[in-house]
Design a protein around this ligand. Structure first.
Ligand SMILES: Cc1ncc(COP(=O)(O)O)c(C=O)c1O
Length: 404
């Protein structure tokens, strides 16, 4: 796509976009600029005080024992699986409706992804009964993903995995800053997404609710897992350059082979500025989802997943399900012609060329969902008038059935 520069709404600097209404947009301002300036003035760029403070603040928000900053959520999922001891010959059950990171990391460590279907089109998160069906003696972990910021059925999944001695990894990339609500009250309210399973990973990629460009956080309440992740993220070394700089250590040992998955100070400082805005911005997202919900009700045959539980979501994505794949295609075209960006979260992983050798059966609902779902614009600074405009484009598509 050709890239065009336009002024930001407040006239500060230039933004890069080609869409009149983009899918997502940053809420960046003087807080982020000051954060970067602070790091530059400190002349310390690698893992140091900003990373440490970000970890502390994130752990406090999560009400979790340990938060470990990493270079991306993909790195975090990799380390989570390694810390759990998953390896060659093991199976990791996970949704095929996900970004490919967890599946890729499963394969990277020599294990096999086993895909489980979603609950239904209104609740496109992993179905606990499908997980139960595919559990085998080789199952070592289940990765769950809180789609769009609405949580999986964690009560059922937790009981199931505990009964089978299987670990839970939460891919919590969509669900930062959201507490779990269990309809059957099996969990105390207030427990945060990402603090429910054994270990979790968050992403701070550019389009996430906390956006720093790249970056991630691993969260766990288990000291053993935290210690392994801490070592693995920095080459298995017992001390950091920062420790040695401060005179806290003179040398280091390498206790196991590891990686460079460290986060740098600039990204940590941006993450801290964004974390301060998270509560307000997640609420703005929920308000916009509420407006979308109202508008979508007037569209015959279209549905909105998790429509009844918008208030319990981080509001990461606005997804709508078209009456059929043909209407979906025409709607995407009409949106594009109106300068409105849309997307689809996600193609079925089992259908990617690199994954077709794996288990791809029994994903009927996942495949139906991917053929009918559209992701619409949603970001904290979005004007709610845009929603009416977007829904009118969809209504006009519906009004022309003869073109189907
Ligand atoms: C659900 C999900 N999982 C994993 C990832 C990977 O995150 P990162 O880009 O930080 O590695 C993403 C990011 O797009 C995501 O949305």
């Amino acid at each position: 796509m050709r890239v065009r520069r336009r002024s930001t709404p407040k006239g500060r600097g230039l933004a890069v976009t080609d869409w009149r209404v983009p899918l997502s947009d940053l809420d960046y301002g003087s807080e982020e600029a000051n954060a970067v300036q602070r790091v530059i003035a400190s002349k310390w760029l690698s893992m140091g005080p900003e990373v440490h403070a970000f970890e502390q603040e994130f752990a406090a928000m999560q009400k979790a024992e340990h938060a470990l900053a990493v270079s991306s959520a993909t790195a975090g999922i990799h380390l989570a699986l390694l810390a759990l001891g998953v390896g060659p010959g093991d199976e990791v059950i996970q949704p095929a409706l996900n970004f490919v990171a967890a599946a890729n990391m499963t394969v990277a460590i020599g294990a096999t992804p086993v895909f489980a279907d979603i609950c239904c089109l209104d609740e496109p998160t992993i179905d606990p009964s499908e997980v139960e069906r595919v559990i085998s003696p080789r199952t070592k972990a289940v990765v769950v993903m809180h789609y769009g910021g609405s949580l999986c059925r964690m009560g059922e999944l937790t009981e199931l995995c505990a009964a089978h001695g299987i670990a839970i990894v939460e891919d919590a990339c969509h669900a930062v800053g959201v507490a779990y609500h269990d309809a059957r009250n099996r969990w105390p309210t207030g427990i945060m997404a990402g603090s429910i399973g054994d270990i979790s990973a968050f992403s701070f990629f550019s389009n996430k609710n906390i956006a720093s460009g790249e970056g991630g956080m691993v969260v766990t309440n288990r000291a053993d897992l935290a210690e392994r992740v801490r070592l693995l993220r920095s080459h298995g070394m017992t001390t950091l350059t920062w420790d040695r700089h401060r005179g806290h250590a003179a040398s280091y040992d390498v206790v196991n082979p590891g990686y460079n998955y460290r986060l740098d100070e600039l990204h940590a400082a941006l993450g801290r500025a964004q974390l301060k805005k998270l509560g307000r911005n997640n609420q703005r997202r929920r308000n916009l989802l509420g407006s979308y919900r109202q508008a979508v009700q007037s569209l015959a045959g279209w549905t909105m997943p998790f429509a009844d539980t918008v208030e319990n979501s981080s509001g990461h994505l606005m997804v709508i399900v078209a009456p059929d794949p043909d209407v979906r295609e025409r709607a995407v075209r009409a949106l594009r012609q109106s300068g409105i960006q849309s997307s689809m979260h996600y193609p079925c992983i089992a259908d990617f060329t690199g994954f077709t050798a794996g288990s791809g059966e029994n994903l009927e609902l996942t495949r139906q969902f991917t053929r009918r779902a559209i992701t619409l614009p949603l970001y904290p600074t979005m004007d709610s008038d845009r929603i009416k405009e977007i829904v009118e484009v969809l209504r006009a598509v519906d009004a022309k059935p003869e073109e189907r």
